[in-house]
Design a protein around this ligand. Structure first.
Ligand code: ARG
Length: 608
């Protein structure tokens, strides 16, 4: 049950009766929101001002009429009207208590499956294999995985597809390197490492700078030779195709340990660009025949998103460029491959939506792609570029690991784990110094803590940012044990579990036969309200594909829990009934934190 939806459904009939234009109702409903200040109630309806304008009446009067028109219900206290017409809404305590008992018995903590499940294809991670993983792909992987989990939790069908860049110039580089500089023994012993060496070596020979694209230098003879190898591969040259098949498993092997360590869900498909290669000529022909694509200076292009192919220099200055889908030399492009991918996915999966979790620099590519795909006939599919900003280093420049390598990415996770363990041990020492009895974790448990907290820290830091903004990669901050971090949530979870351990109470009872809920202190009611807002958080996060709305929720929940924890003794509550009621709250906090973190792909430990 989504509290906000509940409230809106009380307002809908009242608004519909008052608003002259039914189309305006959703807009007024959207003005019903959680309050920023709990003194103003739980939620606030701020629609009377705008509605007053429409009706030509004073907002406080409109608010009064609206309140009078609300259907009789057992959920809300009598609404109050404040200031220029704010309607303050407060749930009845009895209702909250009942609702809490209800979610306690629900494995999904009150989240109802969506009424109309949709089919999503989500394209994420999508690294260019055969070269070291870029931090941008790390972000795509973490964000895409979280969105997948959230949508699936709501009951949607989500088809995940890792659109590997497995067909580009980087293979020309490898082919050229392998043919000219390979060390057979090294390749036999560790193909991943040898391919990486060849890749770096050839780029070095071609005088490519570290942050240069593989396609950057044009007149370098080494790069020309590499491009020739790529062209031969695309043309089906048997030797190059055989080598490509030899390299691919090794390339995938570079990715596996990272996905494994990050705990990424297995992909349903990993159709890379190579998969679409045979479909490209027909796609270009079809687009030409449908007059979506045109010839231009020997190449075949599709117009920009506005449908324009800028011709004059002035036009070229103010309009987005067209996109090439077949070069003069016959080569196809990233765009051609993405067009073919849409056709394939549409036919294969009949999705309602296709989500592309790709960095913001590709915004123009997707704008053009989506516009032309719609002209092509794919109007029923909701195409979404789920963009994200850059990861910045401490110097606020683009974050780049020195060599950008897989190895370094693993080292980075190692560092996060080591730092997390260090902070854990410092915390234990401090508690001991204060005379607390602290459990001595085994070496294996410590290792688990380091890994779960360290990897969690990196993922949480990424997911807790509004994905569209850049963020600074700061290991110390992300592994902090206080604040809006993974560690803080994980410790809160472990503390909840600790209460049950200490009291030797089995939480199962609170899930099968929840006790009566007693609100004896304001912190209990505030915490109950937060717990009941979990479905709202999940649905909001899904609506705009914003995982940070989940972490923002977790942060609010953790703060409420901390106030509760300081004010409301649980095991030492005054009466057995109050103790049970508080244990129920604690169990729900634990379950909600655990579930929320799971939706972000982050683990927990029962004891830390
Ligand atoms: N491999 C691409 C890159 O690294 C990302 C692919 C994203 N997906 C897509 N369908 N274009 O830039």
């Amino acid at each position: 049950m989504n509290l906000l939806t509940e409230i809106r459904s009380l307002f809908r009939p009242a608004l519909t009766a008052m608003v002259p234009e039914p189309a305006l109702v959703p807009e007024f409903l959207a003005a019903i929101k959680p309050t920023a200040n709990p003194e103003h109630g739980d939620y606030q309806a701020n629609c009377a001002m705008a509605l007053g304008k429409v009706l030509g009446q004073k907002p406080p009067q409109v608010a009064q009429q609206l309140v009078a028109a609300l259907p009789a219900n057992d959920r809300l206290e009598k609404p109050t009207i404040a200031g220029p017409g704010f309607i303050n809404l407060r749930f009845k305590t009895e209702f909250l208590a009942q609702a809490l008992r209800q979610i306690a018995t629900d494995p999904k903590l009150g989240v109802a499956p969506v009424a109309a499940a949709k089919t999503y294809v989500i394209d994420y991670s999508s690294p260019n294999v055969a070269k070291p993983l870029h931090v941008g792909h790390l972000r795509s992987t973490i964000i895409g995985d979280a969105i997948t989990r959230i949508l699936r939790f709501l009951g949607h069908k989500v088809i995940t597809d890792n659109h590997l860049g497995d067909w580009g110039t980087q293979f020309g580089i490898l082919l050229y390197g392998y043919k000219n500089f390979r060390n057979d023994a090294a390749f036999a012993a560790d193909p991943v490492r040898e391919l990486l060496r060849l890749y770096v070596h050839v780029r070095h020979l071609a005088h490519l700078a570290e942050d240069d694209d593989d396609d950057a230098a044009t007149d370098n003879p080494v790069m020309a030779a590499c491009r020739e190898e790529t062209a031969k591969l695309h043309a089906g040259d048997p030797e190059n195709v055989a080598l490509w098949k030899l390299f691919m498993p090794a390339c995938m092997e570079m990715l596996r340990p990272i996905y494994e360590r990050l705990g990424i869900l297995p992909f349903d498909y990993q159709h890379g660009e190579s998969f679409y290669h045979p479909m490209l000529p027909a796609v270009v022909e079809e687009l030409l025949a449908k007059k979506i694509a045109f010839e231009s200076h020997g190449a075949i292009v599709i117009p920009n998103a506005k449908g324009i192919i800028p011709q004059t220099p002035e036009e070229q200055k103010k309009e987005d460029p067209p996109a090439i889908i077949r070069k003069r030399d016959g080569a196809f492009t990233y765009m051609t491959s993405d067009l073919a991918t849409i056709k394939y996915r549409a036919e294969q999966f009949q999705p309602h939506a296709i989500l592309y979790v790709v960095g913001a620099p590709q915004a123009l590519h997707f704008k053009t792609l989506f516009a032309q795909a719609r002209r092509w006939g794919y109007t029923a599919i909701d195409f979404q570029h789920i963009q994200f900003g850059s990861m910045l280093g401490p110097d606020r420049k683009m974050f780049a690991t020195r060599k950008g390598g897989t190895v370094e990415l693993m080292e980075l996770l190692d560092d996060a784990a080591a730092l997390s363990l260090q902070k854990y041990e410092a915390g234990v020492a401090e508690r001991r110094a204060h005379g607390h009895k602290v459990y001595e974790a085994t070496a294996a448990e410590k290792q688990m803590i380091a890994e779960v907290v360290g990897v969690g820290a990196v993922k949480y830091a990424d997911l807790s940012q509004n994905r569209t903004t850049d963020y600074v990669f700061d290991l110390d901050k992300m592994t902090a044990t206080v604040g809006n971090t993974a560690a803080y949530m994980q410790y809160a979870y472990a503390r909840c579990c600790g209460i049950f351990r200490e009291g030797q109470v089995d939480p199962a009872r609170f899930r099968h036969q929840p006790p009566d809920v007693i609100f004896s202190h304001p912190a209990e009611r505030a915490l109950a309200l937060q717990l009941l807002r979990f479905p709202e958080a999940v649905e909001n996060a899904a609506a705009e594909y914003y995982p940070h709305l989940m972490t923002a929720y977790l942060w609010e929940l953790a703060k409420s829990y901390s106030v509760f924890f300081e004010n409301c003794p649980v095991l030492k509550a005054e009466t057995p009934q109050l103790r049970d009621s508080r244990l129920l709250l604690v169990d729900l906090v634990a379950r909600t934190i655990r579930q929320s973190l799971e939706l972000l792909g982050i683990g927990v430990m029962e004891r830390m």
